[in-house]
Design a protein around this ligand. Structure first.
Ligand code: ADP
Ligand code: MG
Length: 265
């Protein structure tokens, strides 16, 4: 058997994400109020905003964990969660939604690893479950990805045996295992002890330089300045301003952005 037999598939092309006029409310509480955002392939977008401003909800809409009341999201031109039928939008089947979700990586604040699986199996599980890879290929890919996040020596450990920073690096490897066109990060370092933040940011920085489309919610302003192509400031469910870090972070035009930055910097 040659070495090429188990070669993992090539990286998926970085995706374009289009968020078009998205409105979302819970009861009478409007959480997203007409968000428009297009993220180009390979672009790194950092989303900033006060607590409760709708950042998590926006990411959850992109991943179809929430359905907007108005508006839609598309990835590489394909509508997420729905398809057009004449003038109307029709819900996709559960199965079709799962297929779409498998092309979108999501890294949560609290890691959300499977506690009963080893590190290796946490990373190898999804490509097997979705039928993308056979078990041997998935295990080989998982080893490669765990090496990339600096955890080649912890493949047999269980999540509870790892530090928070290590767990989050496993979660990032797990997101990469499906070769997603885009990865969404929701405050990936805010549950970590301060001394563990750097190792996780370093892994995300590695992704940022490898032309993956990234949408990152974070309060790490220095990190945003370093890696973001674009910073988007959200307040009250609306984009208040956006632009390169040198503008939004260093010369914010809006009072609300200035006020927010003065609190987090
Ligand atoms: P952020 O991530 O910016 O802190 P969220 O998107 O989590 O903000 O929440 C925005 C607003 O929506 C908050 O006021 C929050 O309480 C509310 N919210 C979020 N999820 C739900 C839900 N499932 N049901 C009701 N209200 C919600
Ligand atoms: Mg949030």
């Amino acid at each position: 058997m040659t070495a090429t037999t188990h070669r993992a598939p090539a990286d998926t092309e970085a995706a374009t994400v289009e968020i078009h006029d998205v409105h979302k409310w819970y009861g009478t509480h409007r959480v997203l109020d007409g968000v428009d955002l297009t993220v180009r392939p390979g672009e790194v977008t950092v989303i900033l905003g006060p607590s409760g401003s709708g950042k998590s909800t926006l990411l959850r809409v992109v991943n179809h964990l929430e359905r907007p009341e108005i508006g839609h999201v598309s990835i590489n031109g394909e509508l997420i969660g729905v398809r057009r039928q004449g003038e109307r939008l029709k819900e996709l089947s559960e199965r079709a939604i799962l297929t779409q979700r498998s092309r979108i990586g999501f890294v949560f604040q609290n890691f959300n690893l499977f506690p009963h699986l080893t590190v290796l199996d946490n990373v190898a599980a999804a490509p097997v479950a979705t039928g993308k890879l056979g078990k041997p290929e998935a295990v080989e890919l998982a080893r490669e990805l765990l090496g990339r996040v600096g955890l080649a020596d912890r493949t047999g450990a269980y999540p509870r045996q790892l530090s928070g920073g290590q767990q989050q690096r496993v979660a990032i490897a797990r997101a990469l295992a499906l070769r997603p066109g885009v990865i969404l990060f929701d405050e990936p370092t805010s549950a970590l002890d301060p001394e563990l933040v750097g190792e996780v940011l370093a892994v995300i920085k590695d992704l940022a330089t490898s032309r993956t489309t990234l949408l990152i919610v974070t309060h790490e302003i220095g990190f945003a300045r370093e890696i973001a192509d674009r910073v988007v400031f959200i307040d009250g469910g609306r984009i208040i301003e956006q632009g390169p870090p040198s503008e939004v972070l260093d010369k914010p035009r809006h009072e609300r952005t200035r006020d927010f930055l003065s609190k987090v910097l």
